[in-house]
Design a protein around this ligand. Structure first.
Ligand SMILES: Nc1ncnc2c1ncn2[C@@H]1O[C@H](COP(=O)(O)OP(=O)(O)OP(=O)(O)O)[C@@H](O)[C@H]1O
Ligand SMILES: [Mg+2]
Length: 237
């Protein structure tokens, strides 16, 4: 039980011939919320895709709940209980909220919080008011809530959340922060990518800062908030 939820080491990733990630290492403990920070193009999304097995070329070690998943395809990783909410947050436009949720359904997992549409609607009351609305007729923020909810329907142990606060209205950002804190209370482990230090401070225990595909800082979120040098060099604050 003492092994971390996720342990990545020596992770290198490539798009074609372009070398994007350089020996990235990070850990997410059980029940921890960890922020992966850095400016546009730093490599946050690439790190998540590499962990999830979505890149054709990657090297390094990826351990999930003590198992080496580095050679597994994405669907196997998802079935082991790793959820991924990509930054493009695609919902099925012609399916209703309920039908979108159904597409994410997976069996319950021992030791992972268990989700139903009813429980998710308590977390996201907006969604509960529109169970029959087609995904294509929802606002960006509502779609964001739906993609998170659909991922939770898989009853994951760990969720990779790619920039949950990006491009959504302030009121939705606040709901996103509350949602993450609620998920943490449920015992979920979360790795979120984020550019916004304020948002990360609201929800995270620890942070890593990426620049040009390398980890430049790792520490508690409080240590990052206090470290002006790192903030100025690698974040937009
Ligand atoms: N499909 C791709 N093909 C080639 N290069 C890519 C591709 N996707 C991303 N890159 C490059 O990889 C680097 C890291 O990109 P990545 O999307 O991981 O950054 P990010 O930190 O998620 O940025 P953002 O905050 O803008 O989402 C960038 O230099 C980017 O141009
Ligand atoms: Mg990104």
């Amino acid at each position: 039980m003492s092994e971390p939820m996720l342990k990545v080491s020596g992770l290198n990733a490539f798009y074609g011939r372009a070398h994007i990630l350089f020996d990235v290492g990070l850990e997410v403990g059980r029940g921890e919320v960890v922020a992966l920070m850095g400016r546009n193009g730093a490599g946050k999304s690439t790190t998540m895709k590499a962990v999830m097995g979505l890149l054709p070329r990657r090297q390094g070690e990826v351990n999930f709940r003590g198992q080496n998943i580095a050679a597994l395809p994405p669907y196997r990783i998802a079935r082991m209980g790793m959820g991924f909410v990509p930054e493009d947050r695609r919902v099925f436009a012609d399916l209703t909220v309920m039908e979108n949720l159904d597409t994410g359904r997976q069996p319950p997992r021992e030791g992972a919080p268990q989700w139903t549409p009813e429980k998710l609607f308590r977390l996201f009351p907006n969604l509960g008011e529109m169970p029959q609305r087609p995904g294509g007729q929802m606002s960006g923020g509502e779609q964001q809530m739906l993609t998170v909810s659909r991922t939770l329907m898989g009853n994951p142990y760990l969720v990779l959340l790619d920039e949950p606060s990006e491009g959504v209205a302030p009121v939705i950002v606040e709901q996103m922060a509350n949602m993450i804190l609620e998920l943490k209370r449920e015992g979920l482990s979360i790795l979120l990518s984020e550019q916004n230090l304020h948002f990360a401070e609201l929800v995270s225990d620890r942070a890593y800062v990426l620049e040009k595909g390398q980890i430049r800082f790792s520490g508690t979120i409080g240590e990052l908030a206090q470290n002006e040098t790192v903030r100025r060099a690698y974040l937009s604050v």
